[in-house]
Write a protein that binds this ligand. Structure first.
Ligand code: FNR
Length: 190
């Protein structure tokens, strides 16, 4: 089966290492996956006043999530947590109450940092958020990447063989996970 994956890049920075990582993952993914970025940078800051008349940006985000077979988050860690722009997008997608667009969407979560912890603390926070949103998560393998610029080209080509193999393995496991969740959902098991 072919699957359409919506992906979020949690950084708005022009030279984001997480954007480079997103390009690498797309290059290394099985051919059965196609990818559509779900943009977050132009969303207003969410508050519940918007719920009565959801703006076009919020509706577009929700529709993009709902049109995806699976979701992939590629994000930095900011101050040991989720970057505000990404959390804001998640809040938009989760509301208005009763219309949580993330429910039952298979999700993957990866991140790159310049530090050795490799976004582990951010990912721990994200796992709580995704659990609350009823989004099944690939639990293992995990990708806590300490980004080494010499291992990546700007177009996402990974020049370090070990890193390429690791990321390719992740995307293979992610694909199998998406398939398992969608099959189980279609069969009414979850
Ligand atoms: C950081 N950085 C960072 N790194 C980390 O490992 N843990 C952290 O808690 C933080 N906190 C943090 C806060 C803020 C506001 C900034 C701007 C940066 C460093 C971070 O890993 C580095 O800037 C990455 O390059 C950010 O990823 P992108 O934006 O390049 O994808």
């Amino acid at each position: 089966m072919a699957y359409n994956i919506g992906y979020f890049v949690g950084s708005l920075a022009t030279n984001s290492i997480n954007r480079t990582l997103s390009k690498a993952l797309i290059k290394l993914a099985p051919d059965t996956l196609s990818f559509t970025e779900i943009p977050i940078k132009d969303l207003p800051l969410y508050n519940s006043d918007y719920d009565a008349d959801y703006p076009a940006e919020g509706l577009a985000l929700k529709q993009a999530i709902e049109a995806s077979d699976g979701l992939l988050f590629i994000s930095p860690e900011y101050n040991r947590s989720i970057p505000g722009a990404l959390k804001n997008a998640i809040d938009w997608g989760s509301r208005p109450w009763g219309t949580n667009s993330f429910a039952r969407k298979p999700t993957g979560l990866v991140g790159a940092s310049i530090g050795a912890i490799g976004t582990a603390v951010m990912q721990s926070s994200m796992r709580s958020v995704l659990s609350f949103l009823d989004a099944p998560q690939l639990n293992s393998p995990e990708v806590y990447l300490q980004f080494k610029p010499e291992d990546f080209e700007a177009d996402g080509t990974v020049t370090n063989q070990g890193t390429a193999d690791f990321l390719r393995h992740y995307m293979g496991e992610y694909t199998a996970f998406v398939e398992r969740v969608l099959d189980a959902t279609a069969a009414g098991h979850i």
